[in-house]
Design a protein around this ligand. Structure first.
Ligand code: ADP
Length: 514
């Protein structure tokens, strides 16, 4: 640029480079009494340094603009730069150094007119091209260094494995992250001991053929999950994607993400879920056994009566028949009592079977009042024997819930048994009342409350009671309420425990209405 300015006799020389259709000031040389100064501005702003219109004209037409005396030329004298600096001789050379690079060399002299002669133009053009090229090369080189630096940084990250591969299976280079994943050393890479095809377990090799096919066709491989052998023969689950360097698709780069931790976490989650499911099945079974205990006590109590009645009536019948003369009328009455008692026993057994049947959990319209009625009859005798009074405040008429009968019976039975046990364990001297309420809440859901006047909830908010194995009873299992909750929630409902002022606990559950 200095040579150029001196050679041309310019007081200022400015080189503008055009890239992506934007023009920027690349270099400026000023020659005056103090010497020659060269500046390479950072921001590339140029419009104040040159007559803008003139430069644009030269670039647009691709023609050299030679102005003998700009300050006196009506085309340019109003340009702010020309007017401000009283610019006289001007030369603007558009330069197309190669297909993509465009530049403009601008020379001016403010002291003299007609400084730039036509004859020197060829040489100036050559010098300008050289200047533009060297500047462009310097920039490209800096870009390249920058890009290489960034690639290096990427290569050095320690979370993502990066591998340079070729299609023959060779592993040309790998970053430390990848080497750590697979347990190889840098020497292994350098000795060519790593071959990604051999590192692929046999059952994945068919897949590799497809992968190579995809790379050949599209130049890239979409991310896939697969496995590699580590150096010690163990397996490494990974997510990997690859892309080829160029159209020949012989070499490329692959990004590899270690999935072993995720896979372990998944396996752990699966194991926990399986354990939970087993626990739940066990809990359900245990609960069934508890229920069975109550049922057998109830059957013994309730079925014994009709059975005893049967025996008495049958004996009476036999006696009336054996009498002389046989009392037919009384025999018929005794047989009628036999019929009635056996019908009662059958009914009890039917209801028991219905309760115990492991019916599938299908949602049907279940009259919650009928469920309460039926389940209460299971605990009524026990409650009575413990001096507990039962008060019902049921919704008038049937109240249909969208649930399954036997499962709702389980819930109600558990809550009733808990209430009875709570009051039974309580110190004497308190009124013992078991109150069962049913109705609809403001959102139209079926709500059931089982209230007792026992000692109240063991914890302030009553949430702990629903945790599996939470129990305050010496021989408790702590599973009843956990099961109640899982049943109620399975039907889209809720269950909670609240205080029952002035004394005792309220267990309330909601299920959708039908
Ligand atoms: P378990 O009866 O075997 O202890 P549950 O799940 O039925 O198991 O109940 C858990 C705990 O919740 C009980 O041990 C008790 O502390 C508390 N609980 C349940 N029902 C009542 C109630 N009606 N009044 C006071 N506490 C209760």
């Amino acid at each position: 640029m200095q040579t150029l300015a001196q050679h041309a006799g310019a007081a200022r020389a400015v080189l503008l480079l055009s890239r992506d259709d934007t023009l920027s000031l690349a270099a400026e040389v000023t020659i005056d009494g103090e010497g020659t100064r060269v500046s390479l501005p950072d921001d590339g702003k140029w419009s104040a340094a040159v007559p803008e219109g003139l430069i644009r004209f030269a670039l647009r037409t691709g023609e050299t603009v030679l102005v003998d005396d700009a300050a006196a030329d009506s085309r340019f004298q109003h340009d702010p730069h020309v007017a401000l600096h009283r610019v006289r001789s001007v030369l603007c050379l558009p330069v197309v150094a190669h297909a993509r690079l465009k530049a403009a060399l601008y020379l001016e002299n403010n002291l003299m007119a007609r400084v730039f002669a036509q004859a020197r133009l060829d040489l100036l053009e050559l010098l300008a091209t050289l200047a533009a090229l060297s500047l462009e090369n310097a920039r490209l080189y800096a870009d390249l260094q920058n890009r290489e630096y960034r690639l290096r940084r990427l290569f050095e990250v320690d979370v993502i494995g990066i591998v340079l591969w070729d299609l023959d299976g060779r592993l040309l280079d790998a970053n430390q992250a990848f080497l750590n994943m697979v347990g190889y050393s840098r020497e292994d890479v350098e000795n060519g001991a790593m071959n990604w095809f051999e590192m692929t377990p046999p059952e994945w090799r068919d897949q590799v053929v497809l992968e190579m096919d995809e790379i050949r066709r599209t130049g890239a491989l979409r991310p896939i999950e697969k496995e590699y052998f580590r150096k010690d023969g163990t397996r490494l689950p990974v997510l990997m994607g690859a892309t080829a360097f160029d159209e020949s698709v012989q070499q490329g780069i692959a990004i590899v993400l270690d999935l072993s931790q995720q896979k372990q976490a998944e396996a752990r989650a699966l194991a926990i879920e399986r354990r939970n499911r087993m626990l739940h099945a066990e809990l359900a079974h245990t609960n069934r056994l508890v229920t069975m205990g109550h049922l057998s006590a109830w059957i013994a109590h309730d079925v014994k009566q009709p059975l005893a009645g049967l025996v008495t009536s049958a004996n009476a019948g036999l006696r009336w028949l054996a009498a002389n003369p046989p009392n037919i009328e009384a025999t018929v009455r005794a047989l009628e009592r036999v019929m009635r008692d056996s019908a009662r026993a059958t009914d009890i057994l039917d209801r028991t079977r219905a309760l115990m049947r492991k019916a599938p959990a299908r949602v049907e319209a279940v009259d919650i009042n009928a469920v309460i009625d039926q389940t209460l009859s299971l605990v009524a005798a026990e409650a009575d024997s413990k001096g507990i009074g039962i008060v019902l405040a049921l919704h008038p008429g049937p109240l249909f819930a969208a649930a399954e009968r036997t499962q709702l019976q389980q819930v109600v039975l558990n809550l009733l048994i808990n209430a009875v046990e709570a009051m039974d364990a309580d110190a004497a001297g308190h009124p013992r009342e078991l109150r069962v309420v049913s109705g609809l809440d403001p959102m139209g859901r079926v709500v059931v409350e089982i209230r007792d006047t026992g000692p109240g909830l063991p914890t302030a908010d009553g949430k702990d009671c629903f945790e599996a194995f939470f129990t305050t009873k010496p021989r408790g299992l702590g599973v009843g309420l956990a099961i109640c909750r899982s049943i109620v929630e399975a039907f889209g409902g809720q269950i909670c425990a609240l205080p029952n002022p002035p004394r005792g606990a309220t267990f309330r559950f909601l299920v959708p209405a039908r």
